[in-house]
Design a binder for this molecule. Structure first.
Ligand code: CLF
Ligand code: SF4
Length: 512
């Protein structure tokens, strides 16, 4: 039970001293399906803002197909307790609940950044996101950023925090050129906060209950205002906890937009009992795929939503959704060649931009053609991709499916569904196929590079059309072409409209 109608509504911390900041991303005007940070939405943004997000994989959905981030786990301590966090595991602000393999000193972290950037030219962002709270470990966090800024100036610096200490450090953040800051805000109502945060430790004193939440919320909202005043792009992460803060997140969305937040990322609670969190142990469930989408859609009228978050680990390395951290352990780093070539990295980014432009042109051509068709309801389509914005993954090898909503207004990424790989050692598992079906059963089709006869049959029986006609083609233009064909078949009666179904967000995964 929640929230908007709670008797404690009068305690909500409302009112802002700032007007909406100019760097707030525009409402969903124009194309109803403009993606977060896509080339299509570029003209909505000031040039300086576009320049900051164009190759940041979290701030731009389009960029996440092409660019990678890395996290360094230099910040072990935390100053609050969240009921969805177990200290043994990564910070849920920015990470899936997986164990951090290694904690690093700032010097080790800087060496790791250099080695990764030398090996992975698409790595454009260094984030510090835990495993505790970076600003509860300010010396280690800022020392790391200083070292990285000095040695690798073309890498963007990114910070994720619960916001408690941010007002104290905002000048330092600005001075270091950290252009992207995430603040996790789960509520603006202290009564709801008391159900999420058992305690907060602030300037030598431990606070509990509503007093703790009130303090945290005030500091979080102030953080957004201070960041906006300095032109730092603020993203807000919120964990959707059904029955506790779900509908209330619409109010959170309004409040953070009012204070200049650039992007809002509503993530599903992950609370499997084996994580040992308070919510996991008490049986608090996470949302279903459709519950999450409905809430994100409800907030999308207010501001742009991030829907491609992978809730990654505090030591993740690689594209969102992949984790190459095992390739860069401290031991292996000692033997890795380091050749940081800024010109080669620049050339790589240039070639990616050319590919993005070509894909955007193709998408607009397909969209223009689609608009000549009779209107039909929008549908969801799953895609198997291993990056570069293309349908380039075999069904049996996919560890996640990307889900797009497509209609005559356009195509939009709306989320991903993590699955166990169907094909292991050349054989498919019936159990894995069932799990894939449950994960994408709200989709009318799945677009893949290749698929075998057995899973094809199982998908058809489940009412999901397997399609390999667009192998290696760009995702968005292919989804539009599939939809044009689908509408045609709908109108001739060759295809029947889908039942409205929900899908399952997988809970228990512990490693990326
Ligand atoms: Fe890392 Fe966060 Fe920066 Fe991205 S992650 S500190 S903004 S570089 Fe990204 Fe990972 Fe989601 Fe975070 S997908 S958990 S939003
Ligand atoms: Fe855990 Fe992060 Fe919350 Fe701290 S802020 S308790 S590390 S989820």
């Amino acid at each position: 039970m929640t929230t908007a109608a709670t008797p404690h509504a009068q305690l909500k911390i409302l009112g802002s001293r700032s007007e909406p900041a100019t760097n707030t991303l525009c409402d969903r005007t124009g194309s109803a399906f403009g993606s977060c940070g896509s080339s299509a939405g570029r003209e909505e943004l000031p040039a300086a803002v576009w320049d900051k997000i164009r190759n940041h994989p979290c701030y731009s959905e389009e960029a996440h197909h092409h660019y990678a981030r890395m996290h360094v786990a230099v910040a072990p301590a935390c100053n609050i307790q969240c009921n969805y966090c177990n200290r043994k595991y990564d910070c849920s602000n920015e990470s899936r609940p997986g164990v951090v393999s290694e904690r690093l000193t700032p010097e080790q972290a800087a060496r790791k950044v250099l080695a990764v950037a030398s090996a992975i030219p698409q790595m454009t962002v260094l984030g510090i996101a835990g495993p505790g709270d970076p600003l509860a470990n300010p010396e280690k966090t800022f020392r790391t950023f200083e070292l990285v800024r000095a040695q690798t100036p073309d890498i963007r610096l990114c910070l994720s925090t619960n916001g408690l200490m941010l007002p104290d450090y905002v000048e330092q953040i600005a001075a270091l050129g950290i252009e992207h800051v995430t603040v996790t805000i789960n509520t603006i109502d202290p009564a709801i906060g008391a159900r999420i945060y058992p305690w907060v430790y602030f300037r030598g004193k431990r606070y509990v209950g509503m007093e703790a939440s009130k303090l945290l919320i005030e500091r979080q909202l102030l953080s957004l205002e201070l960041l906006g005043e300095r032109g730092i792009l603020a993203k807000v992460n919120s964990v959707m906890i059904p029955g506790i803060n779900d509908r209330h997140l619409i109010e959170v969305n309004r409040a953070v937009k009012q204070r200049g937040a650039f992007l809002h990322n509503i993530m599903p609670l992950i609370s499997a009992p084996e994580h040992g969190t308070a919510f996991g142990l008490s049986g608090q469930r996470g949302p279903s795929a459709q519950e999450l989408k409905e809430l994100q859609d409800a907030c999308a009228g207010e501001m742009k939503m991030m829907r491609h978050c992978r809730q990654c680990r505090a030591d993740a390395v690689g594209m969102l959704g992949e984790d190459r951290s095992a390739e860069f352990t401290t031991e292996k780093l000692m033997n890795l060649p380091v050749h940081y070539d800024t010109e080669a990295r620049k050339a790589y980014r240039q070639s990616v931009e050319e590919q993005r432009q070509a894909m955007a042109t193709e998408r607009e051509t397909e969209l223009a053609a689609l608009r000549t068709h009779r209107p039909a309801p929008s549908v969801l389509v799953a895609v198997a991709s291993k990056g570069k914005g293309r349908i380039n993954e075999h069904f049996g090898h996919a560890r996640e499916f990307q889900v797009y909503e497509v209609g005559t207004d356009g195509v939009q990424f709306i989320g991903h569904r993590r699955v166990d790989q169907y094909c292991e050692g050349g054989f498919g598992e019936a159990e894995s196929l069932d799990m894939v079906v449950r994960a994408i059963q709200d989709c009318v089709a799945v677009l893949v590079a290749r698929i075998g006869a057995c899973p094809r049959k199982g998908l058809v029986q489940a009412g999901i059309e397997p399609v390999d006609d667009y192998a290696l083609e760009p995702i968005e233009s292919s989804v539009l072409r599939f939809y044009a064909d689908y509408c045609q078949r709908l109108h001739t009666g060759e295809r029947t409209p889908p039942d409205r179904r929900d899908a399952v967000i997988r809970q228990g995964a512990l490693t990326a």
